[in-house]
Design a protein around this ligand. Sequence first.
Ligand code: UD1
Length: 356
Amino acid sequence: MKLATIVGARPEFVKLEPVSRALRPRHEEIIIHTGQHYDYRMSAQFFDELAIPAPNYNLEVGSGTHGVQTARILEAIEPVLMKEHPDWVIVFGDTNSTLASALAAAKLQIPIAHIEAGLRSFNWSMPEEINRVVTDHLSQRLFCPTKTAQRHLSREGITQGVELVGDVTYDILLHLQPRLAAQVQALLPALDVAAHAYFLVTIHRPLNTDDPVAMRNIAHALNRLEMPVVFPIHPRTRKCLQGYDITWGKHVRFIEPIGYIAMLALEQVAYRVLTDSGGIQKEAFLLGVPCVTLREETEWTETVESGWNVLVGSRWQAIIEAVQLPKPEPPQHNPYGAGNAATRIVQSLEFPGRTR
Ligand code: UD1
């Protein structure tokens, strides 16, 4: 088979790695990078360190409003899909690249496989919620990471072509785990922090970054924490913060966006992780580090139900209370599968009969 895997933003590169690794020995893969993320640290760094094959196409669409970015991808990807005419288009998650690629493929009647299907926040102010719902309804094969995701699809009337395979980010985490200890040893002295004695913070969601009141509240909480705060800063967040008058405590250390292995290493030995990212909530859970989520809801509800994740929004008192909670009991089971999601996806795509 010929499969086109389409990526554009940081979390998609991470999900691509295990899928590409499972696909390549058996099938032809065309990687299409939309160019949604383009800085070295946001894009090529991931291909380099994870040894993902270089994309066959880079559409170089860059940044823009949601409409502009989605439209540029749609326009640029159509001729590529017409030329390559793959048997499957594979899209990941919920970015503008996901939605635009799925739309282009659907119009060309190329079957779509959606990896990380069925997630819902039920918050329609998030661009990702729009992207994932539409992509799910356009897809012929829907690979769910969790039972909850499968249930959401069923409630929307999607029961055919749906498979519960586990989460591909657990696959890559297991793959990289042997390399984390060396990263920890190299990174912590450079950051001047000790294992289990710092907070790791990431913030990039518009609901926080674009709201000065939310960012001031979060800063107020971070400034009161009694351990160093390591804060790899997304370019969107950096730009937004330049416009806000916020004084940060000396213990808050901003660093440039880091690679994936370094990020996992810093998560693994953090005292607590504070984030508004979806992927990082789940990684913290899988690495056994309590997470405080700077949002009011999450798609990864299992992390909250097990007590390993607390939703606090941008309320500063709630943030401070949540980081003081004791470490919960180890979870009874892993809701994110067996670490073989990518292999199961590739095997499944070899059976056309399962298609919706
Ligand atoms: C996108 C995804 C989000 C994902 C996130 C991971 C959508 C709607 N959102 O959000 O789901 O969690 O990626 O990072 O697709 N920028 C740079 N250099 C880059 C990329 C971005 O400077 O390489 C800056 C630009 O100012 C840009 C802003 O960051 O306008 C936001 O980038 P964008 O791709 O629009 O969305 P993200 O916030 O990264």
